[in-house]
Design a protein around this ligand. Structure first.
Ligand code: SF4
Ligand code: SF4
Length: 128
């Protein structure tokens, strides 16, 4: 199953992505590439491209709604990790739904998480 986010990217082209500056400071263990950020206020950085409209994070690769990926996936800010795709964990996500609506994409449903290969299906009940 291709993960739905890899055909989307809408949230990376809708929300301002702001986070504490320490996330881009390597001496504090931060991993976000500082050159992809801008100062928002004394306490926060913002991913470049998300501080003004039209929003598109500088790290987003591909075309929204077709093929999309994060160019710094392993180093992305904490706020990006907190956005759950709707129904991946059994409930709708307000942020996911809002971003997809804005970009004219259908909302994800539980059906989007069913693996057609059956690899994730529960075992069949045993016969007596
Ligand atoms: S979390 Fe939702 S809006 Fe964001 S990329 Fe995934 S499917 Fe798209
Ligand atoms: S850092 Fe990656 S996950 Fe976060 S908004 Fe940018 S492209 Fe999306």
């Amino acid at each position: 199953m291709l993960h739905p986010c890899l055909r989307c990217g809408a949230c990376c082209a809708h929300f301002r992505v702001a986070f504490h500056w320490s996330e881009a400071e390597s001496f504090l263990g931060g991993e976000v590439p500082a050159e992809l950020t801008a100062k928002l206020d004394p306490h926060r950085l913002v991913m470049r491209g998300t501080e003004s409209k039209p929003v598109r994070c500088v790290a987003l690769q591909g075309e929204v709604g077709v093929q999309a990926s994060c160019g710094i996936y392993a180093q992305r800010p904490s706020v990006c990790r907190e956005v759950a795709p709707s129904w991946e964990f059994g409930e709708a996500s307000a942020q996911c739904d809002k971003a997809r609506l804005v970009h004219g994409l259908p909302l994800l449903t539980p059906q989007d998480w069913i693996d057609p290969s059956g690899a994730g299906a529960p075992p069949l009940p045993r016969s007596a």
